[in-house]
Design a protein around this ligand. Structure first.
Ligand code: HEC
Length: 137
């Protein structure tokens, strides 16, 4: 291989292996899942949501697009502008998400969303994550 060919090849490999993936994933949070970057204390809830809720629910911040259940960005987005310190609104949403997980939801067909998919600690983590991020993006 001539030196020139070698350099051309090296540049090509660099573009394919480094530049393109970087362009594709830059700014979209976790490169593997398309999930949004969230503060450390919400990460456990985010991961739990991706695995246990994402197949049925769309939530931008978790990078999921399930469509068996309602789109949680639409359902739970705060209606007015919410400041991070508006804990009343966030707490209410959190409680709603906890209730849904505890009791399950089946307004039309029993068992559509089964209760108790996760244990109580996990339910709380997921609820905190959903309440803090629903409607973003
Ligand atoms: C098997 C699919 C499925 C899974 C898994 C699932 N859900 Fe659901 N979820 C649904 C369906 C379907 C509904 C709507 C049921 C209805 O209205 O009859 C729903 C409704 C909801 C609601 C709305 C309740 C309300 O107050 O209106 C919330 C919140 C929710 N799910 C959160 C979650 C969370 C959090 C998880 C993960 C722990 C989860 N879901 C896992 C199917 C699922």
């Amino acid at each position: 291989m001539s030196k020139r060919t070698f350099y051309t090849f090296a540049v090509l490999v660099f573009v394919l292996a480094v530049v393109i993936p970087w362009l594709a994933f830059r700014g979209s949070g976790d490169a593997n899942t398309g999930a949004m970057k969230v503060p450390q204390h919400l990460k456990a809830g985010q991961a739990l949501f991706e695995t246990n809720c994402g197949t049925c629910h769309t939530l931008y911040s978790a990078g999921t697009d399930g469509d068996y259940g309602p789109d949680l960005d639409e359902l739970l987005a705060p209606t007015g502008p919410v400041e991070p310190e508006d804990t009343k609104t966030i707490k209410a949403t959190e409680q709603r998400v906890i209730n849904a997980q505890k009791q399950g939801v089946d307004s039309n067909t029993p068992g559509r969303m089964p209760p108790g998919i996760l244990n109580e600690t996990q339910q709380k983590e997921v609820a905190e994550f959903v309440a803090a991020t629903a409607g973003e993006g």
